[in-house]
Design a protein around this ligand. Structure first.
Ligand code: PEP
Length: 250
């Protein structure tokens, strides 16, 4: 049985105080949801310490949205995986399409970031997904294959066993357009197949989340698909009621 995960990527939203209130509401709401659903919140760096105080021991886990590619030193403005892990944070989102697009993250950078995450016992939530023009040109399978081969294939089996993947079609992120449940299942199954080529049956246990305008109205259908193991939620994770309702859709 694969873990079911509903993770909320808050992106660059909320003040630290608002974030604490949101985390409190998620903790409260999560108590009424089946324990098989694992909630994760991913606030900005500035909120992590305070949000950890609210979530510790509750079953709601915390993720960072990024980490530095280097361990420490003269990298102004960067936050290391060790700093994040020292707060008790368990996960880190890596390779989100916004970071690939606006901050030039490449597979080379992401290999270094995954190395830092694992070296500090953070579980990476590695994001992959194609742009609209790539989907329209029928290249979506090739795009996700490269994003996996260039990064995930460099992991050893122990590290691979911990990895979470988020498939997020870029054309569905923040646009209100969602992949149909059939499109999601098709590509999630493809992703699992690619992982199986390298890691064999261990790929059957890999959690593959769907992301892209997932909300309380479409989550149940998406999550009903065999290879969709939950969601990485952006906009809808900023309202605790919606975020919890997505978890309840399982
Ligand atoms: C995301 O960016 O991870 C995401 C899924 O955003 P949204 O739900 O807002 O489309």
């Amino acid at each position: 049985m694969r873990q079911k995960i509903v993770a909320g990527n808050w992106k660059m939203n909320t003040t630290p105080m608002e974030g604490v209130e949101l985390a409190k509401a998620v903790v409260a709401g999560s108590r009424n949801v089946d324990k098989s659903v694992n909630f994760i919140v991913a606030p900005p760096f500035t909120h992590l310490s305070e949000v950890m105080k609210v979530t510790r021991g509750t079953g709601v886990a915390v993720s960072a949205q990024n980490c530095a590619a280097e361990a420490k030193g003269a990298y102004t403005g960067e936050v290391s995986a060790a700093m994040i892990a020292s707060l008790g944070v368990e996960y880190v989102i890596l390779g989100h399409s916004e970071r690939r697009e606006y901050y030039g993250e490449t597979s080379e950078t992401l290999n270094k970031k995954l190395e830092q995450a694992y070296a500090n016992n953070l579980i990476p939530i590695y994001c992959i997904g194609e742009k609209l023009e790539e989907r329209e040109a029928g290249k979506h399978f090739d795009v996700v294959r490269s994003q996996i081969e260039e990064v995930v294939f460099n992991l050893d089996t122990d590290r691979f066993a911990k990895l979470v993947i988020a498939y997020e079609p870029v054309w569905a992120i923040g646009t209100g357009k969602t992949a149909t449940a059939e499109q999601a299942q098709e590509i999630h199954a493809y992703i699992r197949g690619v992982l199986r080529e390298k890691f064999g049956d261990a790929a059957n246990d890999t959690v593959i989340l769907y992301g892209g305008s997932c909300n309380p109205s479409n989550a149940a259908e998406l999550f009903s698909k065999e290879d969709v193991d939950g969601g990485l939620i952006g906009g809808a994770s900023l309202k605790a009621d919606d975020f919890i309702a997505i978890g309840e859709s399982y």
